[in-house]
Design a protein around this ligand. Sequence first.
Ligand code: OXD
Ligand code: MN
Length: 601
Amino acid sequence: MNALPKDESSPTTLDALNAWVADVARLTQPARIQWCDGSDTEYAELIAQMQADGTLLPLNADTHPGSWLHRSDPDDVARVEHLTFVCTSDQDDAGPNNHWMSPADAHAKMDGLFEDCMRGRTLYVVPYCMGPIESPLARCGVEITDSPYVVANMRIMTRMGAAALARIEREGRLHGSGLQNGRFVRGLHSIGELDPDRRFIMHFPEELTINSYGSGYGGNALLGKKCHALRIASHQARKEGWLAEHMLIVGIENPQGDIHYIAAAFPSACGKTNLAMLIPPKSYREQGWKVWTVGDDICWMRPGADGRLYAINPEAGFFGVAPGTSAQSNPNALESVRSNTIFTNVGVTDDNQPWWEGLDDRVPAKDWQGRPYDKANGPAAHPNSRFTVSAKRCPSYSPHAEDPQGVPISAIVFGGRRASLVPLVFEARDWTHGVLVGASMGSETTAAATGAVGVMRRDPMAMKPFCGYNFADYFAHWLSFDKPGANLPKIFHVNWFRKGDDGKFLWPGFGDNLRVIEWMIRRVKGEVDAIDTQIGALPRIEDLTLDCVVLSEEARAKLFGFDAEGWRAEIDGIADYLDEYGDRMPQKLKGEQQRIAAALS
Ligand code: OXD
Ligand code: MN
């Protein structure tokens, strides 16, 4: 056995953490170990080091101070769902929705990959907290990585460093020793050789452990995000009676000053960031409507003493999709990324500003791979290029985003990218129906994961790539919230992406989506009636404030109408989908599907 690298620098006396770091160091053989404290000095040193070795390229310091460009390996640009596994002792616990490997096989495979993989590299120990440090809803983890790019991104995306370590120590002491000492999630990550054939993202929910090898890309490598805050957290949430969801959280303030918080689940790259940072249409702004961003990707919710669901955003930053972000689509995001931002895989202009398709009319000078821009090579920015920026930089960041108890949720919204059939908005008749609406969500795939784009797939609650356990058990968990004393939010479904016969979008989207949200809030407050149909309650068109929105006859019919024949086929498809989960699928959900099918026939 090789000697341990000397680690006199450990700032903690938490035995379980020191022992784990020592074990990992023994396995991976790094040249040195650095415990990250999250300080400005540490960040500046990491940036300087990455600038020196070319990992980060400086951007125009006049237009984008403190901002950097990272060009990833061209084979490492998105999440890899086919290489992502949930490793439970019983395969059925992972469910048909996950790739599964036995924990023993997965550990053996990963230990083989990790062996000696950090030779000549620094092993960074990154303590982090998902959620406000003082929040009882927050959960902590430690990521060990050999990528300074990951460390810098984790510092933006999480509460990383000394304060997180202090909480981990506090909880560790409370919970005593043992495998799950302190309940902190252990994430081990190495970029390895960045070889797609030696790349795996493994989750061990029963051990609160993540192993990720061979990718430096966001969702595969920033382990606090998808791996911890969704896959592992969903498993923890089920055990502890809360929900870990792929949802934005936004506060909508009306002219009277009342704020309603909405949590919305849309699949990756379907506009969560845009909705979270929405700018109200002019007439709404003039009346005093305001929008407050709490989170753009992940939402942890639990019932409060009053029976309502309270939500926190476990993240501290945005890892947003750059293409399509513009002064029209999302001015708040654009303002956020004017400084102190890490851009990944965008193009640059001739004066070295970050550039992506949809930003403006300028012609870029270089593409995301650093080649002189040539249309023949495809887009200048990779379709899944990203910005990483602190949430605090967002002009609409909510003053309540850091509230330890979270914000009360008035409505939950599900939505997908559906060119046909699905109307602009409908409301579920009750919680059970709402769970079915979420469970049967479908959407066309996007560039956020490798694989074909534009293919319709079922993506229940936008959690297909992220639920750390069997979907049948997940739906049962959702259903279990409907119990005496609960005061649950209303559930809605939206589709901003309905197309007309000419293939163009029928709804203007972006800021105008507030018109739909206003209707939801009026429904929550019991202020307006709706049209009851078999699929749920549809708005009466006159109840939406449509000033300045000109809709053709076709648009009105398709956005606000409902095609019974098309829905019959959809509901049959949903039955087939639920059946894929066999007997484990809750009878209550199947019953709900049957109720709608019968009503439609
Ligand atoms: C993301 C994703 O990065 O969902 O948020 O892929
Ligand atoms: Mn996401």
